[in-house]
Write a protein that binds this ligand. Structure first.
Ligand code: NAP
Length: 445
């Protein structure tokens, strides 16, 4: 990072104390954009960099709700409307006990760049709550979602801010949120939330999109380097929405996924993960991953294990931020791993990224590799706006094409700014260029 950016970064840290994930996300972008800024000194003068790091609006609110046993609970709700230079704020809601303002800011910042990479008209935002849906009944989740939306609705709109799901927010939660929005506003405004059920305005392929898109990006990256997923031994962390569909597409492309996980353990299945069984355990029965091993005698479950210790040629972290450490990266390198694609947001620690890239492992950063989810959300908005409904095949073809273009944008930007093959630099430069140029066009707003 150059000296001037270092000074801006120090200021970001000072103004956003106690938010290490946000600092990490900002630092990662700053380490890449120096060469671009050298060609565009006017962006420094206009303080576009400082402006890009300051969310346009941050909303924090109280979410009171009542449990089935009558006890009253108070959670905190967040929506960070980060940047609307390229379109309405767009980004998911996360319900998880670890959520605080710093999580939402880091995710909103990342989202702004990711959305720019899709080259679709969407700005960046993110939201959520420290509410934990695990172990809660459907009625409790509904009451929570209704209370959350009772405050949030006033900030939303299909041309203003369009949330979606993320960790802990799936189609059940989106249904309750949309129901409450519709009730309060008396408007069937489909385009105000994405990830809706396919019977009521949701896009086909949205559920699969992030995982599929990650596999498509991975395949493009391997193809550009003269190889492919076919026949490769793969490990995918997590077993939520992104992980399940990354596994499905990797298997369709000929890869063999031998392990996945959840926060309570790792499953190893030498024959390859049985995707139908995994969906049954996780999507239908909502059980722990250990239930997969209970149903497959040859599969092994380990409670206290790192999935990255399992030898593989391709690693796809799809669980959560900073889940793959420098130590894990060294293990992957030692085991002959040739590519890592981030399905989750920022799952590799900065140390891990350094180890992987300096040891020649192909590395696809999440803001590019997992952009397929939000891209398909934008396709859902297109269908809602035109009162149309596309087929699965057509929508998947659009997704595949968007991932190919995203890959091309990253690799071309990297090559243009002297960092050939560096997808981190390429993604950051290509995205920054798009957001900064729109901000510049709008003047000082
Ligand atoms: P999800 O459906 O809630 O699944 C998350 C998975 O990760 C679960 O299996 C969870 O296990 C596991 N997990 C969480 N913390 C873990 C830990 N510390 N160690 C091991 N496993 C852990 O969420 P998701 O939608 O798949 O999102 C996963 C990641 O992708 C997040 O970083 C999210 O921001 C990112 N992302 C999602 C989308 C999307 O469209 N869904 C789009 C772009 C990026 P438990 O069930 O035990 O908690």
């Amino acid at each position: 990072m150059d000296e001037k950016l270092e000074a801006v970064y120090d200021e970001v840290v000072r103004r956003n104390a106690g938010e290490p994930e946000f600092h990490q996300a900002v630092r990662e972008v700053f380490t890449s954009i120096g060469p671009f800024l050298s060609k565009h000194p006017e962006l420094r003068r206009k303080k576009i960099i400082q402006r890009i790091c300051e969310p346009e609006r941050q909303i924090i609110f109280r979410v009171p709700w009542q449990a089935d046993d009558g006890e009253v609970h108070i959670n905190r709700g967040f929506r960070v409307e980060f940047n609307s230079a390229l379109g309405p704020y767009k980004g998911g809601l996360r319900f998880h006990p670890s959520v605080y303002l710093g999580t939402v800011k880091f995710l909103g910042f990342e989202q702004t760049f990711k959305n720019a990479l899709t080259n679709l008209p969407i700005g960046g935002g993110k939201g959520g709550s420290d509410f934990d849906p695990k172990g809660r009944s459907d009625d409790e989740v509904m009451r929570f979602c209704q209370s959350f939306m009772t405050e949030l609705y006033r900030h939303l709109g299909e041309y203003t801010d369009v949330p979606a799901g993320d960790i802990g927010v799936g189609s059940r939660e989106i249904g309750y949120l949309f129901g409450q929005y519709k009730r309060i506003t008396n408007r069937y405004e489909s385009g105000v939330l994405t990830g809706k059920g396919t019977d009521w305005g949701g896009a086909l392929v949205r559920k699969e999109a992030t995982g599929y898109g990650t596999a498509y990006f991975l395949e493009e990256m391997l193809r550009a380097n003269g190889t492919s997923i076919d026949g490769r031994m793969c490990v995918v962390s997590g077993s939520g929405n992104v992980a399940i569909y990354a596994i499905e597409k990797i298997e369709q492309l000929g890869g063999r996924v031998v392990a996945c996980s959840d926060s309570a353990g790792v499953v190893y299945d030498a024959d390859g993960i049985d995707i139908d069984l995994l969906k049954q355990v996780k999507e239908v029965e909502r059980q722990r991953i250990s239930a997969y091993a209970d149903a497959r005698p040859d599969a092994v479950h380990k409670a206290a294990a790192s999935i990255w210790d399992i030898p593989c040629q391709i690693a796809v972290p799809c669980a959560t931020q900073n889940e793959l450490s420098g130590r894990d990266a060294r293990t992957l390198v030692g085991n002959g791993c040739l590519a890592v694609a981030e399905g989750a947001n920022m799952p590799c620690s900065p140390d891990a990224v350094r180890v992987l890239t300096s040891d020649g492992v192909l590395f696809a950063p999440g803001k590019a590799a997992n952009a397929g989810g939000v891209a398909t959300s934008a396709l859902e908005m297109q269908q809602n706006a035109s009162r149309d409904r596309w087929t699965f095949e057509y929508t998947e073809a659009r997704l595949a094409e968007i991932m190919q273009r995203t890959h091309a944008a990253c690799s071309e930007a990297a090559a243009e700014y002297g960092a050939e093959g560096d997808y981190v630099a390429g993604a950051n430069i290509a995205a920054f260029q798009r957001v900064a140029s729109a901000m510049d066009a709008f003047g000082l707003v």
